[in-house]
Design a protein around this ligand. Sequence first.
Ligand SMILES: *Cc1c(COP(=O)(O)O)cnc(C)c1O
Ligand SMILES: [Zn+2]
Length: 409
Amino acid sequence: MGVERLRCRECGAEVAVGPVYVCEQCLGPLEPVYDLDALRRLPLRRRIEAGPPSIWRYADLLPVDRDPAVDLSPGLTPLIPALRLGQAVGLRRLYIKNDSVNPTWSFKDRAVEVGAAAARRFGYEVLACASTGNLANSVAAHAARAGMRACVFVPAGIEPGKILASAIYGPTVIEVEGGYDEVNRLCAEIAEEHHWAFLNVNMRPFYSEGGKTLAYEVAEQLGWRAPDAVVVPIASGNLFVRMYKGFQELAALGLIAAPATRIHGAQAAGCAPVAEAFVTDAEIRPVRPRTIAHSLAIGTPADGRYAIAAARATGAVIEAANDDEIVDGMRLLAETEGIFTETAGGVTIAVLRKLASAGRLDPDGVTVVLITGMGLKTADAVAESLPAPVRIRPTLRAFEQAVLASVST
Ligand SMILES: *Cc1c(COP(=O)(O)O)cnc(C)c1O
Ligand SMILES: [Zn+2]
């Protein structure tokens, strides 16, 4: 529908919609303001169900209108009952929300689609971002579709698969010597000086809202009800906070009953500033990431504090998984459900498993685990742990000797 105002999450000050992202009063983050009364008067459920099979079915609840020039049709990804994975971890009503099947194979397409529409509304000609990989892929693809220029900044040393999955769309890819947090700081400086739309910097109030559609879809696909628990990976904490906001909004609009959803968080042990602050109940202490889960390797998570507040408000916890557990998680998901996720999904599955065995999840409750990215982009993380193919000469005898003996029981 398009909003007219932005509001500071910290002090509540309001400003007219524009390419601004921090509050002038207190430097807090700005968020779109929706006219809930006007929305309540609409036949929302009917409008959503009659909408396109993408995030734009929720256009009434998003801060900008759909822009066909940057629409790659992300969202409405499958919510799959996970019987075998559920059996492996001891949950009877487990679902996988498979967001790895988005246009550039990660949940970032949801956010970029909304942020890119805002960038065009404000007249920008260059799309840019600070990224750990997936965001860059999505920004490059959306710019290509619109015939815009893209310039994506990533830390040196991320996975070759993620560089390739940006480069194919023809952007300028800039590898910055440093970690994500240095990339992010550089991009904030560039955004001050140059008229570029950095999706996760000056477009952040719009970009961030795209993540809410994951909560909307889960509720719609469960027949307009919120699950009892969700397990959500955390990098900056944005997706986590939007899951919370998404369910809250649906309830405020009368589309679902007041949710009692526990929103659990998953981090990589090699970069777990949010999980650590959750446990110690202290301020978030920045860390220097050291993990195979590069897409979650943000040492100074912008929304970490809000994520902790949301976890506590729902009675949930934030846990971490180490690199070995991440690889085991990737393999477990692939071997039980036929879904090849990237390292971030390995983190989520590993934490799901821990929460289930610690009795944190009701075995008979509806649990949804978010799989946010695709495995081929991080192939090296699991390559070594997998058995080599069985190599044979092209004869029946060789086949029977080498293969049948091991397959038959
Ligand atoms: C970016 C990303 C996330 C979560 O990111 P937030 O910054 O916490 O919103 C999760 N999974 C994957 C694969 C990602 O690329
Ligand atoms: Zn403020």
